[in-house]
Design a protein around this ligand. Sequence first.
Ligand code: SAM
Length: 222
Amino acid sequence: MLYIVPTPIGNLEDITLRALRILKEVTVVLAEDTRTSRRLLDHYGITTHLRAFHAHNEHNVVERVVDELASGVDMALISDAGTPGISDPGFLLARACVAKGVRIECLPGATAFVPALVASGLPCDTFHFDGFLPHKKGRQTRLRFLAELPYTFVLYESPFRLVKCLDELIAVCGPERRACVARELSKLHEEITTTTLEALKLHYTQKDVKGEIVLVVAGKPD
Ligand code: SAM
């Protein structure tokens, strides 16, 4: 069995009792960064063996991991924060497990885009999640595609590129499109601001942008 286990995106209380039990019970925890995850597991008094599984080795190790799972070794996959597979390694392993008939359980739990979307006050009955935009090639095509969507879309963005991204969104969506910056969710300095793209740009141009950010943008109006 492979368990895909969400871990907190800031507040260490945001982990389920079941997640903690599974992290204790499995033979191996596959982790994006074993040092980060060791600190997390230490915090909960979990001593399970950690093994590296990240973007740089997943292609090479995925088949071996699936063979071990198929032979009866239970494992859990975690990332540095949130749900594995959501802008984090996880898809390749899940796909390989499905192909080999290895059972997967993904526990419900922390992820950054859901609280951002719901707290933004923008329509969340239908939405599109796009994760990180490409930095160079394909970025403009992606932005033009997003601007035409008739429903809310959600992006992950680094604080260093936030103002540039808002500028690019204004160019394709117009300055009056409503949007939300959700910063440092579940942490001490959580800040959720919903207004127009223009006002967000003005706000974040005036100060140093720090922390982790989810950007939620309303769909194209009728
Ligand atoms: N797997 C994670 C998830 O389920 O949300 C996402 C991992 S991705 C590598 C990291 C990005 O998620 C950050 O750059 C930021 O855009 C977003 N993020 C993670 N934690 C956040 C938080 N506490 N507040 C706002 N955004 C966050």
